[in-house]
Design a protein around this ligand. Structure first.
Ligand code: SF4
Ligand code: SF4
Ligand code: FES
Length: 304
């Protein structure tokens, strides 16, 4: 229906068919060599992906598939012929004609020193992924003659514990709390140099911060600096034993999203809940209910 001009608004007719899907970005093949082997990968591939595609083993620490590369640890460096500095494989994109060495003496020395610096300033006892690398590169953090500084464990809520003596400042938790997953921005890096640490705003306790207890930071922490309170209590008693734990996959009962859950069970009690990183719904992320809302199961068991 039309009316006097300027008084009635007549919307344009709806499109006769849905808008076209934008064309897929063209990814030309890129040829390079990795450890002397010729490789061809699509444009935009990272050096890490290219190295892994030919079975070259490149260690990583701050990198995880579900987050943007933070480029924080430099453990993944590789040598590119003609380049002045070593390149972080997790974020550097392939370029035509690159000649990449993943295990040259320079690369090995760099990774060894990175591991030694981390080990001399941080408690790596729960960083299980790093133990084989420390052995592989013959890293000896003790040669610096200093012990990692002691920091009190932050236990200020019922759900998870922060032990920053174990933190390697990989930024994963900050990214998971920010735009890469949760968009809550409850934590960030505070301080500079040796004083740098992960912190809530003004270092307030978690219950006074913006944290919503999704626990997505715990899910990505590679060093055990962030762990569920249940795990912390069992470790304190010397009772945490992964060899005795089973993992059962199920579906979260709380809402219609239906996130897949992995229940870690020890001695017939749920001790931790995770979600698979490679799941297309969660990418390892959960909300507070899915990750921590399991105590009612144990209560019902103890009453019956
Ligand atoms: S707390 Fe864990 S995830 Fe966060 S920066 Fe430290 S080591 Fe990385
Ligand atoms: S984890 Fe949270 S979002 Fe996922 S199904 Fe459970 S209640 Fe829903
Ligand atoms: S894994 Fe590449 S910089 Fe940390």
């Amino acid at each position: 229906m039309s009316g006097p001009q300027g008084l009635w608004y007549e919307p344009p007719p709806p499109p006769s068919r849905p808008p076209e899907v934008p064309p897929e970005e063209r990814r030309d093949p890129i040829a390079l060599t990795i450890d002397g082997r010729a490789v061809t990968v699509p444009q935009g591939t990272t050096l890490l992906e290219a190295c892994r595609s030919v079975g070259a083993s490149v260690p990583t620490l701050c990198y995880i598939e579900t987050l943007h590369p933070a480029n924080a640890c430099r453990l993944c460096v590789v040598e590119v012929e003609g380049a002045r500095t070593l390149a972080p494989a997790c974020s550097r994109k392939v370029e035509a004609g690159m000649k990449v060495a993943t295990d040259s003496p320079r690369v090995r020395t760099s990774r060894k020193v990175v591991l030694e610096l981390l080990g001399s300033s941080t408690d790596l006892s729960l960083a299980k992924g790093l133990h084989p690398e420390i052995e592989r590169y013959g890293a000896r953090p003790e040669r610096f003659g200093v012990a990692p500084p002691e920091k009190p464990v932050k236990v200020d809520n019922d759900l998870y514990v922060r032990d920053y003596a174990k933190c390697v400042l990989c930024y994963r938790c900050v990214q998971a709390c920010g735009t890469d997953a949760q968009n809550t921005f409850a934590i960030g890096v505070a301080g500079r140099g040796h004083e740098a640490t992960i912190s809530t705003e003004h270092d307030v306790p978690l219950p006074e911060s913006a944290c919503v207890y999704c626990g997505n930071c715990i899910a990505v922490c590679p060093t055990g600096a962030l762990i569920p309170r249940t795990e912390h209590e069992l470790r304190k008693k010397g009772a945490w034993d992964e060899a005795r734990q089973t993992k059962t996959t199920t579906v979260c009962p709380y809402c219609g999203v239906g996130c897949p859950l992995e229940l870690h069970v020890q001695d017939e009690r749920i001790v931790k809940v995770t979600s698979p990183l490679d799941d297309s719904t969660t990418h390892g992320n959960l909300c507070v209910k899915g990750r921590f809302g399991f105590e009612f199961v144990q209560l019902r068991r103890s009453k019956s």
